[in-house]
Write a protein that binds this ligand. Structure first.
Ligand code: SAH
Length: 464
């Protein structure tokens, strides 16, 4: 059966796709329905029809799924932040675990016996977990100042100061900032014209330290009556750092490069496990500290360190994993492309009195092969070795030259941390064709209510 645009059909949702969209079949025709969850029977209208499948709009839920829940947030459906708030948390975890398993089997070609999967690590409370929020500031249709989140795939702001993924204090901070803007006629930035002042409010919260950072991103270099604003913000318990970020570029990039200090130090401090980190507005830092600790705990466990190992942490960011590992290894080497992140990594190593971590700036696909060649040149007859290699690449996974060099360094164990199980599957296939086998796999839910999931995989060299 073939359908066309505007056809109305009744469909039962049997699966969910990569973006959380419901998937069902009517007479062999596949329909994708955003906002419908597994188990729903819905009426949906075809918006875009292809020969064998179509995209449909959810019109009415005829029979709700047993796993459907009322979203906490009234904007859950429009907002681009969450995709699967309408699905019970238990079912969200099942969906994520299946997503990992399916990718590893379909793309990686592994059988389920080759995948020793442990139960996915979920959260006790899947809300209020984010330690960072960036709220765009703008106007509604009536010209009122608003702040909130972008609607899915657009740049129109949904007015909402109470995001359930973030910490509660965000709302109070936003109230103070917007009240100040109203009182002193401070304008909000307009993306279309490039005019107006305040672009974003960035808030960070140290879950362990309880320190708060507010950074106001402006299209200029000052805010009128800023002293009065600082005075109000300082009344909040835990307020530690208030800064201004100058961004005069007409881009989608939220932060500019220049930071002006308004009050306090230019950073907050927080800890993951027993490692302390200084976090500035421009630093990368994991947004879910509770799960990050569990995730890195797993990476550490899979690394199986005894204290004598040489470990490489490739794609190390600010060295979060490196510093975790350094406490249990002889020597850790980190590789990262962003120079500012490496500056943070070095500073954080010093802050924690960690002397056995060294960092290289550059592309992993250049740094690692170059190190290997250089080593061979300087040590005739010998090759660079590693006992354990940890990788935590961006979504696109590892370049083959990185995988090749890793294998040449003959690590006993490889720990692969991934935010995209499709590219993970591709890379694992390569590693398993080149001397390694998978010993452990575990998912970790760093982003409840969204479709994203992290995976940690332990690999062992076969000829040992
Ligand atoms: N493990 C880190 C972050 C990993 S995110 C942490 O937990 O803090 C992936 C990192 O890879 C990012 O910091 C990104 O800047 C870096 N990156 C992206 N492409 C890279 C490349 N080609 N070579 C090295 N690092 C890269």
């Amino acid at each position: 059966m073939e359908y066309k645009k505007n056809d109305l059909l009744t469909v039962t949702i049997e699966d969910m796709g990569h973006d959380g969209e419901g998937i069902g079949k009517v007479d062999g025709y596949t329909v994708f329905v955003k906002d419908a969850v597994i188990g729903d029977t819905v009426s949906a209208k075809i918006m875009k029809a292809k020969k064998n499948y179509g995209y449909a709009r959810l019109m009415e839920i005829l029979e709700p799924s047993a796993d459907r829940v009322e979203p906490l947030c009234p904007y859950a459906r429009q907002c681009g932040g969450c995709q699967i708030q309408a699905l019970s948390y238990e079912k969200q975890l099942e969906y994520k675990e299946n997503k990992i398993r399916n990718n590893l089997m379909r793309i990686g070609g592994f059988t389920s016996e080759e995948l020793p999967m442990e139960p996915i690590i979920g959260m006790d409370d899947p809300f209020h977990y984010r330690n960072k929020a960036q709220f765009p500031v703008g106007y509604d249709k009536e010209g009122n100042l608003i702040t909130g989140f972008y609607a899915g795939r657009t740049h129109s702001i949904i007015s909402n100061r109470r995001c359930y993924l973030g910490v509660e204090i965000n709302e109070k901070i936003l109230d103070i900032v917007l009240k100040h803007m109203e009182q002193y006629q401070v304008t909000a930035y307009d993306e279309n014209t490039g005019k107006g002042l305040v672009r974003h409010v960035l808030i960070r919260y140290g879950f362990q330290s309880k320190e708060i950072m507010v950074c106001l991103v402006v299209n200029g270099n000052h805010i009128p009556q800023v002293g009065k604003l600082v005075e109000e913000l300082r009344k909040i318990d835990g307020m530690t750092s208030i800064t201004l970020n100058v961004n005069r570029e007409r881009t989608n990039v939220i932060l500019g490069r220049e930071i002006k200090l308004l009050w306090g130090p230019p950073y907050i401090t927080d800890t993951i496990g027993n490692v302390k980190y200084q976090i500035s507005p421009l630093s990368f830092y994991q947004v879910n500290p509770v799960q990050t600790e569990k995730l890195y705990g797993k990476a550490l466990e899979f690394a199986g360190l005894t204290g004598n190992e040489t470990v490489w942490d490739i794609y190390c960011g600010i060295g979060t994993i490196s510093l975790f590992l350094a406490q249990k290894a002889k020597q850790v080497y980190g590789v990262e492309i962003v120079p500012a992140a490496i500056e943070d990594a070095r500073r954080n190593a010093a802050l924690n009195n960690i002397c056995n971590a060294e960092f290289y700036v550059g592309k992993a696909e250049e740094v690692l092969p170059a190190y290997y060649e250089e080593y061979a040149k300087n040590h005739p007859g010998e090759n660079a070795r590693a006992d354990v290699i940890v990788v935590d690449p961006p979504r696109k996974g590892c370049e083959e030259s990185v995988l090749k060099t890793m294998v040449r360094m003959k690590p006993e164990r490889i720990v692969y941390v991934s935010c995209d199980s499709a590219t993970l599957a591709r890379d694992l296939k390569w590693l398993c064709e080149n001397g390694y086998e998978i010993t452990r796999v575990v998912g970790c839910d760093m982003f409840p209510e969204t479709v994203h999931v992290e995976t940690v995989v332990g690999l062992q060299r076969k000829d040992t």
